[in-house]
Design a binder for this molecule. Structure first.
Ligand SMILES: C[S@@+](CC[C@H](N)C(=O)[O-])C[C@H]1O[C@@H](n2cnc3c(N)ncnc32)[C@H](O)[C@@H]1O
Length: 280
């Protein structure tokens, strides 16, 4: 990556940004809107679909370190150049990979975000399953994509260039239904050209851990639901969920593998600080 490449890329990118704005898509405003819906980012963020780094640069300017994944090396190279132009390369780890099969540990990210990428996936379901695996139980998943107004802008621009904007159609409702059926709480906001979905399991995880976390880490095989105080607490949790109309799915079954995993017992941030004894 030479200085000249970085500058030439920036000029092309700035011209494209201006053209998008002229046709009705202001990417800076769109990015600001998406970030306004994030309600706090973790210091380590996973981004799915680097593309040319349009959102990535805006994200990095908020301060986190980002792992940015894209299946397409040549697209991601534009992102590298744009990030380098912004002087933010030291906080990004780029990975060329299929986002439906990522080499990261379970529950490894508190914030996972994907902007304008869902309509590039032939099927968004395997992606969503993988994201369920990767988001920490206290984490947030942020998905944003074009609305019909946004697609209309892109279609006008592409057709003026005698091209077709590539798009795999899907229903946002279906995405929402899968999330809610897996126990996620979702919030959708509608921007000028985009929708932004923020999904979290925070409340359930908090209640779950505060109510049923054993004093010590217990091997999973010993977490028998019946007859143990642990199991009793889980049943209380289920009952209270049923009463309050919340989906009565225990947290562990949200894991796509269906296994009870170590996301639970000993997570660093789930320990409540020990109360200090006061001496007079
Ligand atoms: C429109 S771009 C994303 C735009 C970018 N987020 C931005 O704000 O500039 C969509 C990206 O998703 C990537 N993509 C499509 N399928 C993918 C997959 N299976 N795994 C990872 N990335 C994928 C494409 O290569 C493309 O670069």
């Amino acid at each position: 990556m030479t200085e000249q490449e970085i500058l030439e890329n920036h000029e092309r990118f700035a011209a494209r940004t201006a053209l998008l704005r002229k046709f009705g898509y202001d990417s800076d405003r769109a990015n600001a809107f998406i970030l306004s819906q994030a309600h706090g980012l973790d210091t380590q963020v996973l981004e799915i679909g680097s593309g040319k780094g349009r959102f990535l640069v805006a994200l990095l300017l908020q301060g986190p370190s980002v792992t940015s994944v894209d299946i397409d090396y040549s697209e991601q190279r534009f992102a590298r150049l744009n990030v380098a132009y912004a002087g933010l390369s030291d906080r990004v780890r780029f990975l060329q990979a299929d986002a439906t099969r990522l080499p990261f540990r379970d529950a490894g990210f508190r914030t996972v975000v994907s902007v304008n990428a869902l309509h590039h996936f032939p099927d968004w379901r395997p992606l969503l399953s993988e994201l369920f695996r990767l988001v920490d139980p206290l984490g947030t998943l942020i998905l944003a994509d074009f609305s019909e107004d946004g697609y209309a802008v892109l279609d006008r621009l592409y057709s003026a260039e005698r091209k077709v904007h590539p798009r795999v159609e899907y229903r946002v409702d279906d995405v929402c239904n899968i999330l809610t059926s897996r126990g996620w709480r979702i919030h959708i906001a509608q921007g000028e050209c985009q929708w932004v979905l923020t999904a979290t399991r925070l409340q359930r995880a908090r209640r779950f851990f505060y109510e049923v976390r054993p004093q010590k880490a217990v091997p999973h095989a010993h977490l028998g639901p019946e007859g143990s105080s642990y199991g009793a607490a889980v049943r209380r949790q289920k009952d209270s969920d049923a009463l309050s109309g919340v989906l009565a799915t225990p947290l562990w079954s949200m894991h796509p593998s269906g296994e009870v995993r170590g996301i639970s017992v000993n997570h660093r941030s789930l320990h409540r600080p020990k109360r200090r004894r006061q001496y007079s």
